[in-house]
Design a protein around this ligand. Structure first.
Ligand SMILES: Cc1ncc(COP(=O)(O)O)c(C=O)c1O
Length: 393
């Protein structure tokens, strides 16, 4: 044993051990697979990563350059009033809710960082009650954020219709819980919680004094009835997170919104000053234009619906079961007999069709035997993908 810095001391790479408890990030795995396929000269039908290819509308892009001043100074965590007011206008049109833009809303650099950082608001790594509940399968950042904040992750295993029923959690888990994540419309399954489900969830969280965090990043990507928001049900003890990534085709801008209970939002604002979580003002300018306009979101929804119709018709013809998949831009497909999600995703990959094995989104075995399709390729490419898929049926 050598003291650090003493002669002969071998410098070991010492890392945060919590990092090693996390599986590889799903999109990193996909990127490697895609690169290998392309290098082999194969055509790739990419239903893997949920990153839409339709261009960002011109009127949104046009906001950016004029909003860059000669001296581009530090942005603030609160951001300018325009983007917060634009978001509140959307929330009122979309859900009929009134939010105070001065006290209830903060912009985020995409919703992912907001999801990742939120446990820091409530998790005390030294306390026995530091559980973070999240849907499993689910967006993997709920788990990662909980672990790296020093919380105890509690994946709530979904099955059947893949709806998360927080009220079914055992009381001993709820007593230890500080934060519950819900996600409707849900990634990866597209399941939607009804207003009654949301109310029941909120009541449980209030009873146990738990912060209810609602990730509504697919709020504007629906095909039948528009999904309700937790904010319609209640705002006390609630933080909801929204995104322009899919609604407005702005994944690369990194722009989202956080909204909810003013008491929690005030504390969140203080927290977010520490790492400097403040989107650039010129991104906020583009975001304001996007939240102020619904026509482009309607158009994008129609595009996603056209792709979805092609894929659903094919999958049904092929006898493959589509489960949940009410909203969001994902299809949750049960692999045929004899396959796990992983083996079926690999089989499809042989035909150049990239999907995500359900297990990429799960900590438990809840996501087998499913694969997730993100409705990314355009309608024509979806048709061609169906022909390629036909060949491996
Ligand atoms: C459920 C869910 N939440 C949050 C995000 C993050 O989105 P963004 O950071 O692009 O706003 C995603 C991205 O795919 C998601 O699926």
């Amino acid at each position: 044993m050598f003291r650090r810095g003493a002669p002969g001391y071998a410098r070991a790479v010492r890392l945060n051990p919590r990092l090693d408890t996390l599986p590889s990030y799903p999109t990193v795995v996909l990127d490697e697979k895609r690169a290998a396929l392309l290098a082999s000269g194969k055509r790739v039908f990419d239903f893997g990563t949920g990153d839409p290819t339709e261009p960002t509308p011109e009127f949104i892009r046009a906001q950016v350059a004029p909003a860059i001043p000669d001296n581009c100074r530090y942005p603030t965590v609160l951001g300018g009033a325009a983007v917060r007011e634009a978001f509140c206008g959307w929330a009122h049109r979309r859900f009929g809710v009134s939010l105070n833009p001065a006290t209830q809303v903060l912009p985020s650099s995409g919703s992912k960082e907001a999801v990742f950082h939120l446990p820091l608001l409530v998790v005390d790594p030294d306390a026995p009650d530091r559980t973070v509940v999240f849907p499993d399968p689910g967006y993997s950042v709920y788990h990662r954020g909980a672990v790296l904040a020093g919380g105890v992750p509690h994946p709530q295993r979904l099955a059947g219709d893949f709806k998360q029923r927080v009220w079914e959690l055992p009381p001993e888990v709820l007593r230890q819980t500080r934060l519950v994540w819900i996600n409707s419309p849900h990634n990866p399954t597209g399941a939607v919680l009804t207003r009654a489900d949301l109310r029941r969830t909120w009541e449980v969280c209030r009873e146990y004094d738990i912060l209810l965090a609602s990730d509504e990043c697919y709020a504007d990507t629906w095909f039948g009835e528009p999904p309700p928001s937790i904010l319609e049900v209640a705002q006390e003890g609630v933080i909801a997170i929204f995104s322009l990534s899919k609604r407005s085709g702005m994944t690369g801008y990194r722009t989202g919104m956080i909204a909810g209970d003013p008491a929690w939002m005030r504390k969140l604002r203080e927290l977010r000053v520490n790492p400097g979580l403040a989107p650039q003002d010129f991104v906020n300018a583009a975001a304001a234009a996007a939240w102020n306009d619904d026509a482009h979101a309607d158009e994008r929804r129609a595009i996603f619906k056209a792709k979805r119709d092609v894929m659903v018709a094919f999958l049904e013809r092929a006898g493959l079961e589509i489960v949940a998949s009410e909203a969001s831009f994902y299809l949750w497909v049960r692999a045929p007999e004899g396959h796990t999600g992983q083996t079926y995703a690999e089989r499809l990959l042989e035909a150049g069709i990239m999907t995500n094995p359900g297990s990429a989104f799960a900590v438990t075995d809840s996501a087998d035997p499913y694969v997730r399709l993100a409705l990314v390729p355009d309608v024509e490419t979806c048709r061609e993908a169906c022909a390629a898929w036909e060949a491996v049926l």
